[in-house]
Ligand binder design. Structure first.
Ligand SMILES: [Zn+2]
Length: 300
């Protein structure tokens, strides 16, 4: 099976990734599955098609074609990260240690290159199967897991990956964390998370020459969707189509409440403007500097 062209959506949570998946999957050539992979513990969650994941024909067939039962150790239906060692926590730690060109020496890369290759093959099989099952040509990875982007770009330097870097005002992100997480972290922790994710995205796109970068602000996507979608489609290299419609079949997207709410119109969520105090807003902008300034969030 040939590996399809790949685009990767890079953003932390609450930046509009589910919305972007729904829009892009409406394109006749693009396959997007939302911003996560099904978790083995939660196969009773709903897919956008209306079925539970465990009963959805698409996810069932995808698991069969990709031999997902071979990855029973993994928390997700298909591996999110390369399996370097059996022990899960050690595996997470080792993957963190070998992330980024600045930190991985040639000799260290030699030790993990075989596992990275294996992971790449698993990913290619997965992306190819998704496109085949949906009748599409180009795979949009929405997992947002930057180590995945790093491994894919590092292992195949000859393959270009498009990185759609999605950003939302850090004040909106902090408020969403506060409202949605079971144990909300404090303002400082969320602001630093926003800063760290965007810093790492820019760092990866700079370090690895085969990653192309396009930044898209959630606010611009809401204010001028047609123009922003044209930018994204031009960047990916597919023809312009009308994508602001209710989800077109086939769609098997996993994500947040947008799956039920999106019918083609985009509503901008800026509750942070009235909920956060001026003092909190100023603190968030300070903690997310200089990226809040670079992406023009300190101007509004
Ligand atoms: Zn489905």
């Amino acid at each position: 099976m040939n590996s399809p062209p790949i685009s990767f959506v890079a953003c932390p949570s609450y930046q509009g990734a589910t919305l972007l998946s729904l829009i892009l999957n409406n394109h006749s050539e693009l396959a997007a599955l939302g911003d996560t992979l099904p978790e083995r513990q939660h196969m009773d969650y709903f897919c956008s098609c209306g079925e539970r994941i465990e009963n959805c024909d698409f996810w069932t067939e995808l698991a069969r074609v990709t031999g997902a039962e071979a990855y029973a150790l993994e928390a997700t239906l298909l591996p999110l990260r390369p399996r370097l060692v059996h022990h899960e926590l050690t595996n997470k730690l080792l993957n963190r240690l070998v992330h980024g060109d600045r930190f991985i020496s040639r000799s260290a890369y030699g030790l993990v290159a075989g596992r990275f290759e294996q992971y790449q093959s698993t990913f290619d099989l997965f992306a190819g199967a998704v496109c085949d099952l949906l009748g599409k040509k180009h795979f949009i990875d929405g997992t947002k897991y930057l180590h995945r982007l790093f491994v894919l770009a590092k292992t195949r330097p000859e393959r270009t990956i498009n990185c759609i870097h999605l950003l939302r005002d850090p004040r909106g992100f902090v408020l969403s964390c506060k409202n949605n997480l079971p144990e909300p972290g404090d303002l400082k922790k969320s602001a630093r998370e926003w800063r760290q994710y965007h810093y790492r995205t820019l760092q990866l796109c700079t370090e690895l020459p085969n990653i192309r970068h396009l930044s898209v602000r959630y606010e611009d996507l809401c204010d001028s969707p047609t123009e922003q979608i044209q930018r994204i489609l031009g960047f990916i290299g597919v023809r312009d189509e009308e994508l602001l419609t209710a989800p077109r079949l086939p769609h098997h997207i996993i994500g947040n409440r947008m799956l039920r709410e999106f019918h083609g119109a985009i509503e901008k969520d800026e509750k942070w403007r009235r909920v956060l105090e001026q003092r909190e807003q100023a603190e968030i902008l300070r903690l997310t500097s200089p990226y809040a300034d670079v992406f023009r969030y300190s101007e509004i």
